[in-house]
Design a protein. Structure first.
Length: 589
């Protein structure tokens, strides 16, 4: 083992000499406390190391031990339901061993070496296998079958031995003969976090990720395998929106990364998630969730690593053929960690002090998302949907991290503090947001949900855009300047905003709306507009068109549970019957 010594300490950055054979991104152990670090620059015989633990008390001339391997994560049974820090240390195990505070230099395996898992082979002795083929399965939780795959580095081979039964993760479960050499396969493997896992082919995503949030699923959808960002100022509801997506998205696996957010927000996640029930299975949500907690008071360098830790775990489950949702809250804090390390390396700063390579690093992260054909002969498909929140200072959307993110992602959910102050949540501005997946997802939903879905969505968006224009006229001249039809547009747009777009995250029913419910709600509001427009042309008064019982019927739709969906169809019948009775009414001026 090569040993160097510390010659400079600057916060989380340590410079060492004597590491002659060191390589970029190699993991090292720093000081007598053996703090975990990673080499991020080699210049003139000096290795710059970002240390993932608190460096207080570290001294010059202390030794630095090279390990010869890059920063890697352990992959295998036991990941699901786990809570890790940014460098994949299990926080629950650390608490039991060390108490409420993480001890520096402590080494704990990410996956338990004592727990036994029941391995069920899916191949037999003598079978030909190749990279990515599934050797067997472990029922990790009632919701997730964990598949043990042939490692990517084994191109082709023959199964020499396979061992059924209960095993620990580091026990040999299969032996594969490769070029007349025997390779032992265990249930645990390691993968460098900065290297994307291989796949056969990336394909265009077309299937929507159902989140249960009406403003997202109906107006600005994200596809399974897509990328999205949620920028917004403090207090606009970024974190709650991220939590909602993590709770209710219809992916099989959820990876939630608390990257540099406040500790109390992450505490809410850690306390709340174990109590949540998955709406699709009725089982606890944690049975398909991995949490990574790296809060703002934890070492800044580990914040930078946490994003890569999360995406590598996501790629591992993607390779099993699962749809994975990755939530990063927030990439602004990750970018600030990059800025701090870059400043200590004395690199030339870019805009607002961020390093010049900020855009390329962000692009490299989001490009690891996508829908792919996985390695293996069964042509299984898997996907990673990456959703990152951005916290620009003062809500400035021209800020470098927001702009660099928008150049990469295809969905933009613009949170606005004005809507938040009006208690309209999710505070996503429907005039600023966009989704480049809408055309493909419209085709998919027209085929699988309703043939007129996209037509009604577009009509609703036109009404909301027209409302914005009319509000400006009302502000300048007054309501009297508007025609009856224009007043109808304002009333229907109000219903769209308050009865459809506005959603209560903490209400037991309104927190989640199925696609069918969203379609029926939108259909009723559009039906009301069309019937009211016809009635207005026949001379019916606005007082009768704006009847309180209509507002009440439309306003109560959001509180109809999935089991009581027939009530939404009754609203359609009520509207048809009500306007049928109004036929022939004389217009009142």
């Amino acid at each position: 083992m090569e040993v160097g010594k510390i010659v400079r300490i600057s916060g989380p950055l340590v410079v060492a000499e004597g590491l002659i054979n060191a390589q970029m991104y190699e993991v090292v152990r720093v000081g007598e406390a053996r703090l975990l670090g990673e080499i991020i620059e080699i210049k003139r015989g000096l290795a710059s190391i970002q240390v993932y633990e608190e460096t207080t008390g570290l001294g010059l001339e202390e030794p630095v031990f090279a390990t010869g391997s890059p920063l890697s994560v352990e992959l295998g049974p036991g990941l699901i339901s786990s809570i890790y820090d940014g460098i994949q240390r299990p926080l629950d195990i650390l608490r039991d061993r060390e108490g409420d505070f993480v001890t520096r230099g402590v080494e704990v395996p990410a996956l338990s070496r004592t727990r036994r898992w029941n391995f069920k082979p899916l191949v037999k002795k003598g079978d030909e296998v190749e990279a990515g083929d599934i050797l067997g399965e472990v029922e990790e939780t009632p919701l997730v079958k964990h598949y043990i795959m042939v490692p990517p580095e084994i191109k082709k081979g023959k199964v020499k031995k396979i061992f059924e039964g209960e095993h620990k993760v580091d026990d040999v479960v299969a032996v594969i003969e490769v070029d007349k050499k025997e390779v032992s396969i265990t249930m645990v493997s390691k993968w460098p976090v900065r290297r994307p896992r291989p796949f056969k082919k990336k394909v265009a995503p077309v299937e929507p990720l159902i989140t249960g949030q009406r403003v997202i699923d109906t107006f600005f959808p994200v596809a399974k395998g897509g990328t999205a960002c949620i920028p917004g100022p403090f207090g606009s509801g970024k974190t709650v929106t991220q939590h909602q997506l993590a709770k209710w998205a219809n992916s099989r696996i959820v990876i939630f990364i608390g990257c540099g957010e406040r500790g109390n927000e992450m505490t809410d996640v850690l306390l709340e998630f174990p109590t949540l029930v998955d709406p699709y299975s009725g089982r606890p949500l944690m049975e398909r969730t991995v949490l990574i907690a790296n809060t703002s008071n934890m070492p800044v360098a580990a914040r930078e690593a946490s994003i890569y830790t999360g995406i590598t775990i996501a790629e591992y489950f993607r390779d099993m053929g699962y749809d994975v949702t990755l939530q990063a809250d927030s990439t602004s804090r990750w970018a600030e960690a990059l800025r701090e390390i870059s400043g200590r390396l004395e690199e030339m700063p870019g805009e607002e002090g961020y390093p010049a390579y900020l855009s390329s690093r962000l692009a490299a992260f989001y490009e690891r998302a996508g829908k792919v054909y996985c390695l293996g002969r069964d042509n299984r498909e898997g996907s990673i949907t990456a959703i990152g929140s951005v916290s620009p200072p003062g809500g400035d959307l021209s800020e470098p991290v927001v702009q660099a993110t928008l150049r990469v992602v295809k969905v933009f959910w613009a949170l606005e503090d004005r809507l938040a102050y009006e208690r309209h949540f999710p505070a996503i501005n429907w005039l600023l947001s966009y989704s480049l997946y809408s055309p493909k997802i419209d085709e998919y939903l027209n085929r699988t949900l309703a043939a007129d879905f996209s037509e009604k969505r577009k009509e609703a968006m036109r009404l909301l855009q027209r409302e914005a224009e009319l509000k400006e006229i009302v502000r300048l001249i007054g309501m009297d300047a508007l025609s009856f039809h224009e007043r109808l547009i304002l009333e229907v747009a109000r219903s769209l905003r308050e009865d459809f777009l506005q959603q209560h995250a903490f209400h037991p029913v309104d927190t989640f709306a199925s696609l069918e419910k969203q379609y029926l709600m939108l259909s009723n509001i559009i039906l009301y507009y069309r019937l009211a427009k016809e009635a207005l042309e026949r001379g019916v008064s606005l007082e009768e068109i704006f009847a309180p019982k209509i507002k009440e019927k439309l306003g109560r739709m959001k509180y109809v549970s999935t089991e009581e969906m027939d009530e939404l169809k009754e609203v359609e019948n009520f509207l048809n019957q009500y306007f049928e009775k109004l036929k022939g009414t004389v217009k009142s001026v």
